[in-house]
Write a protein that binds this ligand. Sequence first.
Ligand code: AP5
Ligand code: MG
Length: 220
Amino acid sequence: MSTVALKTVILGAPGSGKGTISARILNKFKLEYVSSGDKLRQNIQQKTSIGLEALKYISEGKLVPDDVMINFVSSELRKLPTKTWLLDGFPRTVTQARALWEKEKLDLAINLIVPHEVIISRVEGRWVHLPSGRVYNDTFNKPKVPGKDDITGEPLTKRDDDKPEVIKKRLELYETLTRPVIDFYREKKILIDFFGKTSDEISPQVLDCINKFLLDSKNN
Ligand code: AP5
Ligand code: MG
């Protein structure tokens, strides 16, 4: 496994495969991983004050307010032992992107582009292991034992926000609030787009890109 020096974010619509591709990146490269959604769901499960606050928004497919998220994710980033990380699910608004950029200049923004009709059918089959954030699917990436996490054997659950009416709302919000974040990073010249219907198609391209990025940084 290679050690890398890299601050990166992974962007893409709900269900575009951010969690799935991130797991493949972590298999190959040694870096810290923070998924804002996974952290929020863990807080909801543990009934912390931030979890209770977030639940009101998440269950309706709305975004948690910017000030709450900026403080929450900044504090999660401060806990990391290195400045080499992959951030999934944050930033989701231009306000969040600006706040992050003021604290941390990123090296790379990975943007996953997957058609919405593909996303809706994927989300219907999604199962998650809440404590780790590991993601499975009825048709793709099935668990070895149905309903159980491959590593711990603990039960898998459905996400409350994966109901069809909620996912529709999340996709709408993505178009209005999160798409401008893509332009923000494009202007910073660190954005790379990845197209494809399947993670198997996209993930080798993402891994190659990270490899090239690291080789270039070594040579400069
Ligand atoms: P979050 O958990 O970040 O959700 P999301 O961005 O909506 O993205 P998802 O986790 O739903 O999808 P993904 O892209 O990770 O896809 P996955 O790999 O699972 O956030 C949840 C909520 O928290 C938000 O709605 C918001 O309320 C709140 N929140 C979080 N961050 C916030 C912020 N910064 N500001 C404000 N609010 C915030 O893949 C999807 C499914 O497809 C899986 O079942 C997977 O197995 C399957 N799959 C993947 N690849 C394939 C393939 N190739 N073929 C078939 N199926 C596949
Ligand atoms: Mg995810």
